[in-house]
Write a protein that binds this ligand. Structure first.
Ligand code: AHR
Length: 778
């Protein structure tokens, strides 16, 4: 196989192609990147955040119930934005009664000899002093100091230096005399944060981001952005950026969509600083006046406020230090602008209510700031009704980008290489704002690497970022994730290393390349790849009766009738016999949901529980008709359309399978059709780029096959000189290999490359990623 690269012919500008996406999911901010060590520092946790939370979550009384009472008060708080505070009353004099905070995970992680900033607000008319200690769970004191109490709220600040390293300490606040005191905003921060910033980021986590060299950072979510009340002052509000800036006490702790509480301590100002610190362009996502989860839509003045938020954010980021919002930025410590270029309007909202609101906000922003690049959305599905509608909206409004999201099987990524090849580059560009194959194994990372080659090569793809970024192992909402940690350790996944290689070696511009003698397609698993197989009828957490079941085998001209079936929560699945061996057949039946509200599924081409196609009607939000595919238990949504299932109504359903084509009918009307791709892909994918600063040629190669492949590399253009440099290689792992706290088995290695001339052969090990970074020998 020969790969010819013309080193003098440039193609697509790669711009800000590969970046990252941060969302406070899996305790990525509080209990993660945001370095605060105290959990529930302002006593604002509430059952609205999580069914098991209350104002004393993560706090424990020290002392007997008779001696110590803890109560939550709201009269005359430090800030009305965070109205709860702790009142502690001790009956009997004697040291050691009080309260302790347990931190996140197994406790507070401390390093011997390092400094920790303690702060709190306190007041007392009866007590004069309070002891502040860091202690091991066994009671051993690691550091302590005193604060003097005053009758009015006062902020106290100390530096504590623990004598030992531990990952399971707690912070104690105790008194020696009888009396009452009130406490709020109890905080403990390592001095040693990323870049030494106050209210900063956990160093070893932020360093993992910096090492990626991302071109941009999308933040703060995700569903986190759009799920919530439209009123910014509501306890369960959507993420409104103005709530997240200024003094910490004035930032209202809020319900986080991921079933916990967000302090907003990591807010927009900190996000902008972090972007600057890691060299990434900021890419904030604002809610677009619509909550798709609860179908709340802003009208009139309320909608105008969403547009105003966008205008004010631009002024906050870019305005001069004497503008209204720019002056706030200067006051916070950053007179220089943050050079905001991109804004997302909406996360993955779809529905006419959203598209109308997108248009409204888009026009207002573009009128005042035509150079700001605006990003529309095509929803949470890779194809289908809403996906198309999202693109239509973006084209109508001249959005600069369309934000696509999908989480699919590794095989889906391998077989969808051509997805963007034909998307015109002169309309809105593709921003792949969330994607991942289901898993953190080598096979996932390898599939993503080959897909990233396609993203790099496709003319219309401009921005892409993997999701989600972080997961605290003790608070997992979503998997897979790129970076995993507890309170004192961190490890990164094979997916992280692939992302890192692609970001570290992106290049500025594509170089023209041609492949010769490349095997066209490799068919994988031919046997399980045909659309014949078993049929099964399934209830989606509901009770469903299936009747008038017929399968018409068109290849053998046979019509099979089956007895009526019922599927319910106990017996979810009714399998039909015999197995269909035909390539052309029709499944016909009536389905009626008797109980529940999630509808039903018809499985077909079922080889086993983990490998099948299915048509799901209803689903988790009872809003979709989806053709899905499971491969080795890993799910992909192939196409989607809106459909709500009415309980008690009988639906006439028909699936026609003709070779690889699937047509789905409801009550005689074609609902959707789709050509299921064969499980086939090329053995080797490549992309070549040029890095202007270093004058390096970067060749990215992914070998998906289980054989080593020799590539003859021909670097055309310029003098016929030798080339030398480095190869960054990921190879030699089993598909299921992954990393963990004990070992990072899957990580790149480096090899020197020296080529005597512009034509040389290079050995691509099997199932590997190779990135060659070469410069011309003079
Ligand atoms: O990345 C996890 C979630 O997936 C995001 O919050 C949401 O946008 C998507 O559905």
């Amino acid at each position: 196989m020969k790969l010819t690269i013309d080193t003098t012919r440039e193609g697509k500008e790669l711009g800000d192609l590969f970046g990252i996406f941060f969302e406070d999911i899996n305790h990525a901010a509080d209990g993660g990147l945001y370095a605060e060590l105290v959990q529930n520092r302002s006593f604002e946790f509430s059952p609205a955040d999580h069914e098991e939370y209350n104002s004393l979550t993560a706090w424990e009384k020290i002392g007997s119930d008779e001696n110590v009472t803890l109560s939550i008060e709201t009269k005359d708080p430090v800030s009305s934005k965070n109205p709860h505070y702790l009142a502690i009353c001790v009956q009997e004099a004697g040291c050691g009664a009080g309260v302790r905070n347990l931190g996140f995970n197994c406790g507070i992680a401390l390093k011997a000899g390092a400094g920790y900033f303690f702060s709190c607000y306190a007041r007392s008319t009866e007590l004069t002093g309070m002891k502040i200690s860091l202690r091991e769970k066994n009671g051993e004191t690691l550091a302590e100091d005193m604060i003097s109490l005053t009758s009015q709220w006062k902020k106290h600040e100390l530096v504590l230096t623990p004598s030992e390293t531990t990952d399971s300490a707690c912070l104690e606040l105790t008194v020696c005399k009888a009396g009452c005191a009130e406490l709020d905003f109890v905080s403990l921060f390592p001095k040693d944060t990323f870049k030494g910033r106050k209210n900063g980021m956990r160093k070893e986590l932020a360093e993992k981001l910096e090492a990626l060299h991302p071109k941009f950072m999308r933040f703060p979510g995700g569903c986190l952005v759009h799920d919530g009340d439209l009123d910014p002052d509501s306890r369960t509000a959507q993420y409104r950026w103005k709530n997240s800036i200024g003094p910490l006490e004035e930032r209202p702790a809020r319900r986080n969509n991921w079933n916990y509480n967000q302090t907003l301590g990591l807010g927009y100002y900190e996000y902008f600083l972090l972007c600057e610190d890691i060299g990434a362009k900021p890419l904030p996502v604002l809610p677009g006046g619509f909550d798709p989860h609860h179908q709340r839509a802003a009208e009139g003045r309320q909608l105008e406020a969403f547009a105003q938020d966008a205008l004010d954010l631009i002024e906050f980021a870019n305005g001069s230090a004497d503008s209204r919002w720019g002056s706030l930025r200067a006051e916070l410590g950053h007179p220089q602008p943050f050079n905001l270029e991109y804004i997302g309007i909406g996360n993955e909202e779809v529905g006419e209510e959203f598209f109308e609101r997108y248009a409204f906000i888009h026009r207002i922003v573009k009128e005042q700031y035509p150079d700001i690049k605006l990003i529309g959305t095509s929803g949470p599905f890779a194809a289908g009704e809403w996906y198309e509608r999202g693109w239509q909206s973006a084209r109508e409004e001249n959005a600069d980008f369309v934000d696509e999201h999908y989480y699919q099987s590794p095989e889906w990524f391998l077989t969808n290489h051509e997805r963007y090849e034909k998307v015109p580059a002169d309309g809105p560009k593709v921003f792949l704002g969330e994607y991942a194959s289901h898993g953190n194994r080598w096979k996932n990372a390898l599939a993503e690497a080959s897909y990233m080659i396609a993203l790099q090569n496709a003319p219309a793809v401009a921005l892409a970022c993997y999701a989600p970024l972080f997961a605290n192992v003790d608070y997992v909402n979503w998997e897979p994730d790129m970076i995993w940690y507890d309170n004192s350790h961190v490890y990164v996944t094979p997916n992280y290393y692939v992302q890192k290689l692609f970001m570290n070696h992106q290049g500025d511009v594509l170089l023209e390349q041609t492949f010769q003698d490349l095997e066209k397609q490799m068919i994988i698993r031919e046997q399980s790849d045909c659309l014949s197989g078993r049929i099964a009828l399934e209830a989606n957490d509901s009770v469903v009766s299936f009747s008038e079941i017929r399968v018409i085998d068109e290849d053998h001209d046979v019509c099979m009738k089956f007895p009526d079936q019922t599927a319910d929560r106990k017996k979810r699945l009714a399998e039909l016999e015999p197995v269909i061996s035909s390539e052309n057949y029709i499944i016909r039946l009536c389905a009626k949901e008797l109980e529940g509200r999630k509808g039903f599924r018809i499985q077909f081409a079922r080889h086993d529980d983990e490998n099948k196609l299915f048509w799901s009607l209803g689903g988790w939000a009872n809003s979709d008709s989806i053709l899905g595919q499971d491969i080795d238990g890993s799910n992909s949504c192939l196409i989607q359309k809106t459909r709500e299932i009415e309980a008690g109504r009988s639906y006439q359903l028909e699936i026609r399978i003709r070779g690889r084509k699937v047509e789905m009918y409801v009550d005689g009307i074609l609902e959707q059709e789709h050509e299921v791709k064969p499980l086939a892909y090329r053995p080797v994918y490549a992309s070549s780029s040029f890095d202007r600063a270093s004058s390096d040629i970067i060749i990215k190669l992914v070998n998906l096959s289980s054989r080593n492949q020799t590539v003859q590399l021909e670097l055309k253009g310029g003098k016929n000189t030798g080339w030398s440099g480095c190869a960054y290689i990921m190879d030699g792992y089993a598909p299921e290999d992954g990393n963990d706290f004990e070992s990072e088995k899957v990580k790149p290695r480096e090899e020197t490359v020296i080529a005597e001339s512009s034509s040389f052969s290079y050995e691509l090990t099997h199932q590997s990623v190779h990135i060659l970074r070469l410069h011309r020998e003079m």
